[in-house]
Design a protein around this ligand. Structure first.
Ligand SMILES: Cc1cc2nc3c(=O)[nH]c(=O)nc-3n(C[C@H](O)[C@H](O)[C@H](O)COP(=O)(O)OP(=O)(O)OC[C@H]3O[C@@H](n4cnc5c(N)ncnc54)[C@H](O)[C@@H]3O)c2cc1C
Length: 482
């Protein structure tokens, strides 16, 4: 490809799509490269097995080096926003202060970030699920919290009329929302970006970035054919694991000692309870509530009102044979609460000598204490509901993958500077969840989008473009809805 783009962006997830929209708005030319497929509206797989194998890296079976922690990350145009629950929370003061402290960057403050949250929220519909549409699992969650005098609150969800009155099985949103209600990138920023000067190449897996001035060259494959893209600036937005792996494979680890370090994932353990009556947790609006007890936040965990499809549920139960079969026969009777922790023990993303990805991530004693504190609360909640059995959790999952290319002021401790530039390579940027300097303990994707908006302004300025600014007040419908 002979064209020299102003910007090449690698990855179309929460960060890459937002960037493509705001960068191209200023008139710049953008090439957007994505390893996954561009699936047309309404054509996401309709069963769990196909969704796992077609929408996730490694078919949804990516593990840490000890094979005792599962990571899920989207591989599709729209990235994680296509397969996530789209719970969209702003960071609280604790998370913002932690980011500032770990990075040393002064613009991590609520005044600055609020402007960027507002810029993003103008493009999204956020709703809460009214009590009349709570499903069986949500009712049990609320009852158990009330019995134990614990606080809960409605979740802020990125969705636009899920038609809950038609008793939809909203659990399918984890495999792509065919109703186009979920506010993924494919219904929000991406269609608008593609009306501007953006060239999207899907099924294009980038394998190497070669630094140069005045252009950076990106090499990869498209449908197994070689692909080369040239741009004045490259922005790596391939997610925590994807961005780190790509930069390591491109050889930047030699000059950037922090590359790959500081990996976090909010490990989550699902606790199931077998209830005497059917719960039908897989029916209806499946995640309506969140824990809102300030003591939980202080202790570094939260309790989630989630459930899983049959395959996910089967994987979360240890054992096999008759006992496992009997567990699955009770699927309709299962209630579930999950504990997600704010992990403190940083993992590391590495390459083996053969150049294969290896993720070192273990829970420290402190992390395990947080898990235990959360599980104890869940046992209290479930016990008050008189279940037949409560099942101990088996394997944790990491859905919020963060770090590896952390932002900061010290090139020995961080990978990118406050202008989102790789230290020493000023026309290569990283903008996505990989730049997080620590685990926030809060759903990350709204903040990934807000940081992408901030980055678009900084990068346009560095490139000599004028960012297009709009008013940044919180939309009034949002204030009313929440
Ligand atoms: C099941 C699940 C549920 C979740 N629920 C929530 C939730 O409710 N709320 C929330 O805030 N967060 C949630 N998350 C996390 C959230 O989706 C991520 O934090 C967010 O998508 C991260 O954005 P990103 O831009 O950093 O990366 P991603 O959205 O992961 O995008 C990265 C993109 O880069 C592509 N890519 C990677 N490597 C390459 C390469 N070499 N070449 C080309 N392309 C490449 C990937 O295929 C992917 O499309 C969930 C995640 C999962 C998996």
């Amino acid at each position: 490809m002979n064209q020299l783009y102003d910007f090449a962006i690698i990855g179309t997830g929460a960060a890459g799509s937002v960037l493509s929209y705001f960068l191209s708005q200023s008139g710049a030319s953008v090439c957007l490269l994505e390893a996954g497929k561009n699936i047309p509206a309404g054509q996401y797989p309709t069963n769990e097995l196909h969704a796992n194998s077609r929408l996730f890296w490694q078919g949804g079976m990516e593990l840490n080096h000890q094979a005792n922690l599962l990571f899920l990350r989207g591989k599709v145009v729209g990235g994680g926003t296509v397969v996530n629950q789209c719970l969209l929370d702003r960071f609280d003061q604790i998370a913002i202060d932690n980011f500032k402290q770990h990075s040393g960057i002064s613009w991590f403050n609520s005044q600055e970030l609020n402007q960027h949250y507002c810029q993003i929220e103008q493009h999204l519909r956020l709703e809460v699920i009214p009590k009349q549409y709570w499903n069986g699992n949500a009712h049990l969650y609320a009852k158990g919290f009330e019995s134990n005098q614990l606080k809960y609150a409605p979740l802020r969800r990125g969705q636009n009329q899920c038609h809950n009155h038609k008793a939809n099985d909203c659990i399918v949103c984890l495999g792509g929302c065919n109703r186009q209600s979920k506010q993924s990138m494919t219904v929000t920023f991406l269609p608008k970006a593609l009306q501007q000067n953006v060239h999207l190449i899907d099924q294009a897996q980038v394998q190497q970035i070669i630094y140069g001035k005045p252009q950076v060259v990106v090499y990869g494959t498209k449908n197994n054919h070689p692909l080369q893209v040239r741009a004045k600036r490259v922005i790596v937005a391939a997610g925590a694991i994807g961005s780190t792996e790509l930069l390591l494979k491109s050889g930047f680890g030699q000059s950037l000692p922090a590359l790959g370090k500081g990996f976090f994932c909010h490990p989550q353990h699902m606790v199931f309870a077998d209830m005497p009556e059917p719960v039908d947790a897989h029916k209806g609006a499946f995640q309506a509530l969140k824990s809102a007890d300030p003591r939980f936040r202080q202790q570094g965990f939260k309790l989630e009102n989630v459930f899983g499809g049959p395959i996910a549920t089967a994987m979360m139960k240890s054992g096999y044979g008759i006992s496992h079969h009997q567990f699955m026969q009770r699927y309709r009777h299962l209630a579930c609460i999950e504990v997600a922790i704010q992990d403190e023990n940083a993992g590391q993303i590495k390459l083996t000598r053969k150049g294969q990805l290896r993720i070192h991530k273990v829970l420290s004693d402190l992390d395990q204490q947080k898990v235990n504190a959360g599980i104890e609360q869940i046992y209290n909640i479930f016990s008050s509901l008189r279940p037949n059995v409560i099942y101990k959790p088996h394997m944790p999952i990491g859905l919020h993958l963060m770090g590896g290319c952390t932002i900061g002021i010290d090139p020995n401790q961080a990978v990118i500077n406050e202008n989102f530039q790789l230290f020493g390579y000023d026309n290569i940027h990283v903008v996505d969840s990989s730049i997080f300097p620590c685990a926030p303990g809060i759903n990350p994707s709204l903040s990934v989008m807000a940081l992408a908006h901030k980055a678009s302004q900084v990068i346009l300025d560095l490139a000599g473009y004028q960012p297009v600014t709009t008013h940044s007040k919180q939309p009034t419908w949002l204030e009313e809805a929440l």
